[in-house]
Design a protein around this ligand. Structure first.
Ligand SMILES: [Zn+2]
Ligand SMILES: [Zn+2]
Length: 253
């Protein structure tokens, strides 16, 4: 336990910027986000035509201004933002962060997410738009094995770069859910229903607050919707959602 904590601190103070955080190739210190040129170029950045509701990159054969998923589901959150379309490069980063105990990657992801928002808004606009960052909570057993909530780490670095205040965890999982992989969108929603609650102390500042929910990946938006529902029920005035990566815009059969 002690060794793990020391390793974690060392990683946060000396992030592995000599190696690309995505592919592991040696890089020099000046590379932005700790990524090599090849990974920077090959990451599918969400620029161009974006879904006006959830912010994901629209498919080339989708002529509308919303993605197929947003046309099928009325989301609870107000507006979504994302940085990339989920693919092999961002998956490598998210997996290393979640499963290889490499929390330093959260800094890179947090900076990318901050720059995504700062490419559209000034720091002043962000400060007047959001009162509260809400990291998506992880299941308690995963928290116990991993030792950190990756979304909370990302939110902390995001806060550093945007100047938005970070108040720590706002929500908790109150029901353990089965793994979401392989479930249909409707099954994901049922699986998540009633699984999030506010942390007691958050009740003092949620009323009337404009919230930005932070997570690494958005797939169907079921998690975002469940959390937005709880925040609105507790008096939030606005709930937006920001993810590092979002699933591709495809028609679900
Ligand atoms: Zn690379
Ligand atoms: Zn959408």
């Amino acid at each position: 336990m002690f060794k793990n904590l020391m390793e974690m601190l060392a990683e946060r103070i000396y992030p592995g910027e000599l190696y690309c955080l995505c592919c592991g190739k040696a890089i020099d210190w000046s590379r932005p986000y700790g990524l090599c040129d090849s990974c920077m170029t090959n990451m599918k950045w969400a620029t161009g035509r974006l879904c006006k509701k959830c912010g994901k990159l629209l498919s080339e054969n989708n002529p509308e201004d919303t993605c197929y998923n947003c046309r099928a589901i009325a989301h609870n959150f107000n507006h979504g933002y994302t940085c990339t379309e989920y693919g092999i490069h961002d998956r490598a980063m998210v997996y290393a962060l979640k499963y290889d105990e490499k929390p330093a990657i959260a800094r890179s992801i947090g900076e990318i997410m901050a720059d995504r928002m700062l490419s559209e808004f000034t720091k002043e606009e962000l400060a007047s738009s959001y009162d509260l960052l809400v990291p998506v909570p992880v299941a308690s057993e995963r928290l116990a094995t991993r030792g950190y909530n990756q979304a909370a780490l990302i939110a902390e670095y995001f806060a550093d770069h945007t100047g938005l205040p970070f108040r720590g965890e706002v929500m908790r999982r109150c029901k353990e859910t089965t793994a979401m992989k392989g479930l249909t969108p409707a099954e994901r929603r049922r699986n998540l229903s009633g699984s999030f609650a506010l942390i007691g102390s958050a009740r003092d500042y949620i009323d009337g607050a404009s919230c930005l929910v932070i997570d690494d990946i958005m797939t169907t938006g079921a998690t975002a919707d469940e959390i937005a529902g709880v925040l609105y029920e507790n008096g939030a005035a606005n709930v937006d959602f920001l993810s590092f990566a979002s699933g591709a815009d495809v028609i679900k059969s």
